[in-house]
Ligand binder design. Structure first.
Ligand code: A2P
Length: 327
């Protein structure tokens, strides 16, 4: 998979794990690297950068992994969605990760949130974030490009942006975004967005490629008032199960392989050694034309979106920079 400044490995290890014990996360990253993942996705806001940094240092010191052999992505948090805050947030991420550069730096979300203490966004009593009134996408992008010039990022991109917002960035860009990271899975296939990105040379990275079955638990761990919601049951889908049986593969492997064959880069999360391995083991089979058609028919559109941020930012759907469509 091409990104502007090198290649992004075609599967990544997601670390938006919610609140987990650092030793458990370190063990999961160790397993991921040992079974062959060479792409780790994190974000300032996930709180996983420090553990990733420590784990990588251990691997580098052992001589079993070189910095240039692993692709690390992190993201500008919502309280940094402002041109004056890009420099300081990427420097904090690099320090957490104990790295001189990241392979990919993304603007995490097109709407900004006010900053509270402890590097976290400010929240009201119900746990909602406070919105910044407007985002200057061109000005932020200029500061993202400055990170390429400063050598802090090898490539830069966007996350959770829609087509029109990407077009705004493209119009003013000196270096076009190399990547867009969005929620994407069998029930929310984002065909128009993927087509637009591929036509513009933008690699699409899929977060929650298994439909984020742990989403409610994870969000409740961040703030107890989180309102639970029904989640897409991709792993229990009978069509996916039957395709899996045909190939001797699990539903998760079919769901991931489908994305790989669409030219999209999935970043599944797992804390379980067997499943970490299983999710990487998708390069020894191929879905045929009929399988791909059955998978395409599973599309449900917006109603399958898990991460719409509505439960996180109060009133975000009325914000001029809210990226997602209506149901
Ligand atoms: P676990 O950590 O217990 O493996 P997504 O990447 O779509 O956000 O989904 C992550 C969730 O899916 C985690 O709760 C993870 O749980 C679970 N998961 C990851 N891989 C698999 C798999 N191969 N089979 C079943 N569940 C999985």
């Amino acid at each position: 998979m091409e990104s502007n400044n090198g290649k992004i490995p075609s599967i990544g290890f997601g670390t938006s794990t919610g609140i987990v014990n650092p030793e458990e996360l370190e063990r999961a990253i160790d397993t991921a690297i040992a079974v062959g993942y060479r792409h780790i996705d994190t974000a300032f806001i996930y709180g996983t950068e420090k553990v990733i940094g420590q784990t990588l240092q251990k691997w580098f010191k052992s001589g079993k992994l070189k910095r240039e052999e692993i692709f690390i992505t992190t993201k500008l948090p919502v309280m940094g969605t402002h041109q004056d805050r890009v420099d300081s947030f990427i420097q904090r991420s690099l320090s957490n990760l104990q790295l001189d550069y990241v392979d990919l730096y993304l603007v995490h979300f097109p709407v900004g949130a006010k900053s509270g203490s402890n590097n976290l966004p400010l929240r009201d009593e119900q746990g909602h974030l406070f919105l910044e009134p407007k985002t200057d996408h061109a000005a932020i992008w200029k500061k993202m490009e400055a990170q390429l010039d400063a050598g802090r990022a090898r490539s830069i991109g966007l996350s959770n942006y829609n087509i029109s917002q990407i077009q705004t960035v493209l119009k003013s860009a000196r270096s076009a975004p190399s990547c867009l990271q969005v929620e994407l899975h069998a029930y929310l296939q984002q065909r128009e967005l993927v087509h637009f990105c591929h036509q513009n040379g933008i690699t699409v990275v899929a977060f929650s490629p298994l439909g984020a079955p742990d989403h409610n638990k994870r969000m409740k761990g961040y703030f107890a008032q989180y309102e639970e919601r029904p989640l897409p049951d991709i792993l229990g889908n009978a069509v996916i199960g039957r395709i899996g049986e045909k190939h001797g593969k699990s539903a998760a492997q079919v769901a991931l392989r489908f994305l790989v064959q669409l030219g999209v880069v999935p970043i599944p999360k797992s804390m379980n050694p067997g499943r970490i391995k299983e999710n990487f083991d998708v390069f020894d089979f191929e879905l045929d034309g009929e399988d791909m058609e059955r998978m395409a028919e599973l599309e449900m559109g917006e109603r399958a979106r898990v991460s719409d941020f509505l439960n996180i930012f109060k009133g975000v759907e009325h914000h001029p920079d809210y990226p997602f469509g209506k149901l």
